[in-house]
Design a protein around this ligand. Structure first.
Ligand code: DAH
Length: 365
């Protein structure tokens, strides 16, 4: 009996240690310790033994069960650890490998155009300035020579906040980027050359108007600045932006409270396959003029409002819609799609995040 038990134990433990997977191990467990298992059967024989026999065999059989149970547990732990190692090895990511998939994510056309603008104007010595989108009435209107009673205020469809600020100023979402002119002149010594791209807000919505849109403001303040500087700057900018030399501008007299004189700038274009292609003289056969931006010589009163002497400092300013510039260059037709967040639209019109606009590389390469 004693050697029987030892033989059973040796065979079972060998089998357990040789089990190559969890299923085999489980089968061995059931065969030994299950209801009809060999060790269970041995345990049952205890009931038919004499007390002396039972005293002798009991501890042996229990020890057998104990050692088989321990062997199964340690084999199971070993098999579990090996399975985990295999799983980890299969899921390992080598961070040093190049991206296997095509890169996800793209640059929104508006961001791309703002980067292009910054690049083009940096080449002409312009810095990028920013201002708050939540503005006060003074910076957005009054300082720009648009007093309380001015009809231009009604034209701007302004989103006002219900409460005034600590100075009793009405607060609003800026209706244009022109307040950045004021903030720049108040904080920087001339000469000044800046562009200010950013979001602006008006209570207006249809196929060509969204309540939020983008503008870029331009401002130059120096001695002896005149309209010729303005026209050259706009021409140079638009040639670089549209990547063609045949850009022809037409300056039309206009009115803005913050510029005097003011000019609306039109650009010649041609209609091709339902798309406006910028270029050529608007008066030429097959061409027409399209209104593109507002501009002018900074009004003396605006310069004085910022604490500068208008007899010493002159300048020009302009403001243009960035979304409009993007639509014209990249052939998009519905402004609302810009802000829908539709991934299909973005994957069609979006830009590779790694292709940063540079003048040397081609601004939209
Ligand atoms: N702020 C004007 C608007 O949003 C655009 C504009 C016109 C800006 C003439 C200028 C300018 O700087 O000189 O309608």
């Amino acid at each position: 009996m004693m050697s029987d038990i030892q033989a059973v134990q040796a065979r079972l433990v060998d089998d357990i240690n040789a089990a190559s997977d969890l299923d085999t191990l489980e089968a061995l467990r059931v065969a030994a310790l299950g209801k009809a298992g060999s060790i269970t059967a041995l345990l049952k024989t205890l009931g038919g033994m004499s007390p002396e026999e039972r005293q002798a065999q009991g501890p042996r059989i229990h020890a057998l069960r104990e050692s088989v149970t321990t062997a199964i547990a340690s084999r199971k732990a070993a098999l579990d650890a090996a399975a985990l190692d295999v799983k980890l090895a299969a899921e390992a990511i080598d961070m040093t490998l190049p991206a296997a998939d095509t890169p996800r994510g793209s640059v929104h056309p508006v961001s791309q155009v703002m980067d292009e603008l910054a690049e083009i104007f940096a080449d002409m010595g312009f810095a990028v300035a920013t201002g708050p989108e939540i503005e006060d009435d003074w910076h957005n209107f009054t300082a720009l020579n648009i007093p309380e009673t001015h009809p231009a205020r009604a034209m701007h469809d302004t989103f006002y906040f219900p409460d005034a600020n600590a100075d009793g100023q009405k607060m609003l979402l800026r209706t244009h980027t022109s307040p950045v002119q004021i903030r720049t002149m108040m904080t920087q010594e001339p000469p000044i050359r800046i562009i200010a791209p950013g979001r602006v807000y008006r209570s207006d919505s249809d196929a060509t108007h969204t309540p939020m849109f983008h503008q870029v403001e331009g401002l130059v303040i120096d001695r002896g600045i005149h309209m010729g500087h303005l026209k050259w700057t706009l021409e140079t900018f638009l040639k670089a932006y549209f990547e063609r030399d045949d850009i022809v501008l037409r300056l039309r007299p206009s009115y803005f409270p913050f510029t005097e004189p003011s000019a609306e700038v039109d650009v010649g274009y041609k209609q091709e396959k339902g798309r406006r292609i910028v270029g050529g003289n608007g008066d030429d056969e097959g061409h027409a003029w399209m209104e593109l931006l507002g501009s002018g010589m900074v009004n003396r009163r605006v310069i004085a409002n910022c604490g500068l002497d208008p007899d010493e400092w002159q300048g020009f300013a302009f403001g243009v819609g960035v979304d409009r510039l993007a639509m014209l260059k990249y052939g998009m037709d519905d402004l609302r799609a810009f802000f829908d967040g539709d991934l299909r639209w973005l994957s069609h019109y979006g830009f590779n995040a790694l292709n940063v606009p540079t003048l040397s590389g081609g601004i939209s390469a």
